[in-house]
Design a protein around this ligand. Sequence first.
Ligand SMILES: NC(=O)c1ccc[n+]([C@@H]2O[C@H](COP(=O)([O-])OP(=O)(O)OC[C@H]3O[C@@H](n4cnc5c(N)ncnc54)[C@H](OP(=O)(O)O)[C@@H]3O)[C@@H](O)[C@H]2O)c1
Length: 282
Amino acid sequence: MKAADARVLLTGASGGIGQVMAATLLQAGASVMLVGRNEARLSILSEDLTRRLNVPADRITWQATDLLSNDGLTGLAHAAATWGANVVVHNAGVPSFGPLAAADTGEIARVLHTNLLAPMLLTQALLPHLHRQKRAQVICVGSTLGSIGLPGFSVYGASKFGLRGFAEALRRELADTAVRVQYLGPRSTHTTFNSPQVESYNLATGTAQDMPATVATALLEMLESESAQRFLGFPEKLAARINGCAPSLLDSAFNKHRQVLSGALTQALTPPARPTASGNPT
Ligand SMILES: NC(=O)c1ccc[n+]([C@@H]2O[C@H](COP(=O)([O-])OP(=O)(O)OC[C@H]3O[C@@H](n4cnc5c(N)ncnc54)[C@H](OP(=O)(O)O)[C@@H]3O)[C@@H](O)[C@H]2O)c1
């Protein structure tokens, strides 16, 4: 749909990519409901966007919600329906990096809940409202790691593979309705989402990073073109295609990633060297 006709519920709006998405959508004429957990942060962001972009205050609103809370999801769906949202962008997400053996059970559950279950439940809660719209769109923000499984990203990758599967199945399920379901797969992007360990892994494996504006521009283009899916970055796009047809062909291509991961693990598990009498570490 045209940006000017879009009333976008944007989760993860307070994050590195979300803030730029909000600005890009507003500049293109859309109305935006910013969603995050922190009221103060959303309120400041909303004021800043209104002032900086000189948009009428009625085109921007915010709703503080913890997407891990069922009551929160119900309240958000109700607020979005009352506001008249016709586009949902599932952009909120949490990272996870490291060997599966070291992952905490609660952490695994939190990542899958935030990145996969919450978008599914929020979409489900909003569907009756979306079906009443002339045209509606649900855009899931996944990741390259939702198409290619990399060492160190088994938990995060599972959440994003799941999100991609959800978007694809629902797109086909709703093909004869007014609700379009889309999937955007950014590659690594320069925000605080990536821990220093991930930054080092990216550096050691030659993984390129985009700026948030690249992802935000792609989102706007997807909103307007209504394309089913889009993946960002080369060679990531090509690798995702090859991986989709013949994943074992790529297994050895990620040996370096595994070695970097085990190197990082060894370093993390090695106690810091104790100073000797001379003051030099042993
Ligand atoms: N950065 C990358 O390298 C990269 C690459 C590919 C895909 N992505 C995907 O892009 C999306 C945005 O990433 P980003 O880099 O902008 O991350 P970010 O800067 O860490 O922002 C994450 C956003 O998610 C929100 N969020 C997290 N848990 C939440 C919860 N329980 N309830 C409500 N909101 C919650 C945060 O809100 P609060 O203000 O409440 O914390 C924040 O707005 C994510 O889905 C991520 O998986 C990122």
